[in-house]
Design a protein around this ligand. Structure first.
Ligand SMILES: Nc1ncnc2c1ncn2[C@@H]1O[C@H](COP(=O)(O)OP(=O)(O)OP(=O)(O)O)[C@@H](O)[C@H]1O
Ligand SMILES: [Mg+2]
Length: 271
């Protein structure tokens, strides 16, 4: 079942509060699990029968690069570990999960990993289609600014009718930050998460403008009345204003951009 923007944000905030919380809880009724395999991180989210998050585990990892799994065994190990944590928290076994893949890539990259981790794949859809289904989107674009890439997907009546991507994302912002301060990539990643302290927005705005110019090209000539931002890079405060200014289209920023796709994947069986 599709949810309103405010319900989605409440669920995202709830998922953020329980992120990596191992404390045991008891949940009755069916559970719905979803696995998001990203280039920067892997997330397992579990919802109760009403679609409310009850467990969420995230691990930073480099198992996928530009949509391609570079460490298949590593990815399976991470999914197993996240699954184990979720099962311990819930005191129940999870046998199936939904998953997704970036548009234009092979779904089997994701489904093979889930199966390798001993899970039955309940549903598999491309990432923006999951978001479109959760939010019942129409005449909209889902713009996913992730780690290595930025994906644009144009959605009409819940269906992705066009998608393209641009090979820049959060990594490129970190490289710009590392270059500016003369620090390592890891230190740049840390500073990026303290944007006010380090004047990060000022530093990365030119890169974000370049990314939104490319997104503008993807959207041009298509029926797009609003843009939904998703992906970890959209945690940067004020990123929605940069996109709104460049695109001249209303932009919606979810409360927890890093968790929107995982929530949408886990919600697939409830659609
Ligand atoms: N609080 C934050 N502030 C700014 N950037 C952040 C924050 N948290 C995560 N990121 C960035 O988000 C990116 C990861 O986002 P996400 O998890 O959406 O990517 P992914 O799905 O793994 O990658 P891709 O979409 O490229 O496949 C990384 O570049 C990371 O540095
Ligand atoms: Mg992603």
């Amino acid at each position: 079942m599709a949810v309103s923007w405010s319900t989605a944000n409440q669920r995202l905030d709830r998922a953020a509060r329980l992120l990596n919380q191992t404390g045991p809880i008891s949940v009755s009724g069916p559970l719905h699990a979803g696995v998001d395999l990203g280039t920067a991180d892997v997330v397992l989210m579990v919802l109760d029968e009403f679609g409310e998050p009850v467990a969420a585990f995230l691990q930073w990892a480099e198992v996928v690069r530009d949509g391609v799994v570079v460490d298949f065994i590593g990815a399976i190990d991470i999914v197993r570990e996240l699954l184990d944590q979720a099962q311990k928290r819930l005191g129940r076994s999870l046998t199936k999960a939904a998953t997704s893949f970036p548009p234009g890539t092979d779904a089997r990259l994701s489904t093979n990993i889930l199966e390798g981790a001993g899970l039955e794949v309940s549903l598999v859809r491309d990432e923006p289609s999951c978001v479109a289904s959760l939010l019942e989107l129409d005449q909209a674009a889902v713009v996913d600014v992730g780690g290595g890439t930025t994906g644009t997907a144009v959605v009409q009546k819940g269906r992705v009718v066009f998608s393209d991507d641009e090979p820049s994302g959060g990594r490129h912002l970190s490289l710009a930050i590392a270059g500016h301060f003369g620090v390592s990539f890891a230190e740049a990643e840390r500073r990026k998460r303290r944007p006010e302290r380090y004047g990060i927005m000022e530093l990365v705005t030119p890169t974000l403008q370049r990314i939104s110019d490319i997104v503008a090209g993807h959207i041009q000539g298509r029926q797009v009345k609003k843009v939904i931002l998703t992906g970890g890079t959209c945690c940067l405060p004020g990123i929605d204003r940069v996109f709104a200014r460049e695109l001249q289209i209303p932009v919606q920023l979810p409360s927890q951009p890093l968790l929107l796709t995982p929530l949408a994947i886990a919600s697939l069986p409830l659609a």
